[in-house]
Structure formats: structure tokens, C-alpha cells
Design a protein around this ligand. Structure first.
Ligand code: SF4
Length: 299
């Protein structure tokens, strides 16, 4: 057991006791209302969805095939592994409801897939879809991850999210009432935000009925609006240095109760896409540094 906070493996063990489970990221070829013109066309200023997709989902839109390739990749290490179909790229509850449901069911029909994780926007969870997901959740675990990013509406506006914190709260409460486990994704270091702003968001998130929190440092990636804005000098964005980010994560750990699992603190965009910050650390290496710091603080 992690002595400092509830980590994601502990959370998964609560849901799947005694079973080793691994997420398989899927790209269902969906769009996003912030890209297709419904809300906007440019997307969130930091977004380049290519950063989400591992190699096994680049070349085919076929969900079963992506799962097969993903399982092949992981089963080499651990043949008894079970899998969670993770609809990650873009907005995975956005589109025709019957097509979405068919897609989720197709994933669940794959051998050894024992649950669904669906990443989406908080303004893209209509009640009728939520009810259908609640029915699936009676058979196998369904987990919803909402991209919230920050609780500060002025920042949400500045990064072109086209939703508000109120919509995050509403989506989380409706999901909780439907009996479905849910979590929030937050970005630390969005333009104009101070450490206090980030910690305020963490506190607000912890007051909601969520099960997980997923943090990552702001990354400027090629192909994003933010990359263009910083390159042209239209915007100056200061990304975190490793030590400062560790200090922030220590404060986050202090705020997040044991009832909420922290899935991760960092993300790592592919090296060929990442502009800044270039820490040269793998996620596990960052986590080790953080744990060393937490350990030192308790001694
Ligand atoms: S971060 Fe999500 S909501 Fe924003 S543009 Fe990218 S896919 Fe759409």
C-alpha cells in the first residue's frame, strides 16, 4: 500500500480484487465539439490528440483490432492479465448514441475485457446516455473520466475549453447519482494560474463525489494552438521546473483524502511532439522522486 496517498493500483484492486488489470487505450475515431464547429474549431489551446495514442491504435479505426493489438502487447509481460477498454482520444460520449453504445459493447465483447473507462468532456454526458451506461455498469464496471482541467472559469475561457466549472460539478453529481465511478483530469500550470489557483481547484475537486484524480503538468506540444501562440510571442507560458512541480505535488498529496485515488501526477507527450517542459524523466522516475521527497518529509 502506498503510504502517502491512494494510488491507482489500489483503486483498481478495490474494483477488481485479486485481478491484475491493464488499460488499453483506444481511438474510436470520434470528434470533439470543440473541434467540429459545434462549440469551436480550434480545440483547447494545449491540445494535440496525437499525444494520446499509442502505436497500436494509430493505423486502424477498428475497436476489436485495437484491443487485440493492445492485448498482444501487454500479454507478453503477464499472460493472466485482464483489460479495461479505455476510450481515451477526443470526446468519447460525443456522437450518435446508438453508435456509441455499439462501440462500448463491441469493446466489452472482446475476450478478457472486464470493464470500460470513458474519457469525455463534462458537457457531453446527456442523461439518456448516462442511463444506458448505468445499465452496463450493473454488469461490468464503467468508469467515466471528465476533463475538467481547472475550476477557474476565466482560465477555461482563456484556453478555449468552452465549458464551465459548474458543468463539471453537474456532470460529476449526475454520474455519481447514476451509480457510476468517475474521476477528473486536471492540468497544473495553465496560463495565468498560480500555485494557489491550482490548490483551490484541487480542494474544489475533492469536495465532489469523485473516485479518482488525474493530474499532469502543462505541456506545450507541437501542433497545438499554444505552441503557435508561444512561438509567435503572442503568449508567454512558463512551464514547471521539476523541483517546483514536486513541491506542488507534495501540497496536492496533503489535500487529497484517501477516499480519492490519485492516478498520476505527470504525463509524457511523445518526445517528437513535446516542446516544453523537457524534463527527460519517465513518469515512474518522476513518481520515485516525489515519493523520495514525501518520505524525507515524514522522517
Ligand atoms: S482537449 Fe479534448 S475537448 Fe479539448 S480539443 Fe482536445 S479533444 Fe477536444
Amino acid at each position: 500500500m502506498n503510504p502517502y496517498y491512494t494510488d491507482y493500483s489500489e483503486y483498481l484492486q478495490r474494483i477488481f480484487p485479486g485481478i491484475k488489470v491493464q488499460k488499453i487505450s483506444l481511438n474510436a475515431g470520434l470528434s470533439c465539439p470543440n473541434r467540429d464547429g459545434t462549440l469551436g474549431t480550434g480545440g483547447c489551446t494545449y491540445c494535440n490528440n496525437h499525444t494520446f495514442n499509442p502505436d497500436y491504435c494509430h493505423s486502424t479505426p477498428d475497436i476489436s483490432e485495437q484491443l487485440r493489438r493492445g492485448k498482444e502487447f501487454f500479454a507478453r509481460k503477464y499472460p493472466q492479465m485482464k483489460y479495461l477498454a479505455y476510450f481515451q482520444a477526443y470526446t468519447n460520449t460525443y456522437g450518435d448514441r446508438s453508435r456509441l453504445m455499439a462501440m462500448y459493447r463491441e469493446a466489452l465483447e472482446a475476450e478478457d475485457v472486464v470493464g470500460l473507462i470513458i474519457g469525455t468532456r463534462p458537457d457531453c454526458m446527456p442523461d439518456n446516455l448516462l442511463s444506458e451506461l448505468a445499465e452496463i455498469n450493473k454488469q461490468v464496471p464503467v468508469i467515466i473520466e471528465y476533463g475538467a482541467e481547472t475550476s477557474h472559469d476565466h482560465t477555461l475561457e482563456a484556453v478555449n475549453r468552452h465549458h464551465t466549472w459548474y458543468q463539471v460539478e453537474d456532470a460529476v453529481r449526475r454520474t455519481h447519482r447514476a451509480g457510476i465511478s468517475c474521476g477528473l483530469h486536471l492540468i497544473c500550470g495553465l496560463p495565468g494560474e498560480s500555485i494557489d489557483d491550482i490548490l483551490t481547484t484541487t480542494r474544489r475537486a475533492c469536495q465532489l463525489p469523485i473516485d479518482t484524480l488525474k493530474f499532469h503538468q502543462l505541456q506545450i506540444v507541437k501542433g497545438s494552438t499554444m505552441a503557435r501562440q508561444t512561438e509567435s510571442g503572442e503568449m508567454v507560458v512558463k512551464t514547471f521546473e521539476v523541483d517546483d512541480y514536486i513541491d506542488l505535488c507534495v501540497e496536492i498529496v496533503r489535500l487529497v483524502p484517501r477516499s480519492i485515488a490519485i492516478e498520476r501526477f505527470v504525463s509524457q507527450a511523445p518526445a517528437d511532439l513535446l516542446i516544453a517542459p523537457r524534463w527527460g524523466l519517465k513518469n515512474y522516475q518522476f513518481t520515485n522522486l516525489l515519493h523520495n521527497r514525501l518520505k524525507a518529509l515524514t522522517q
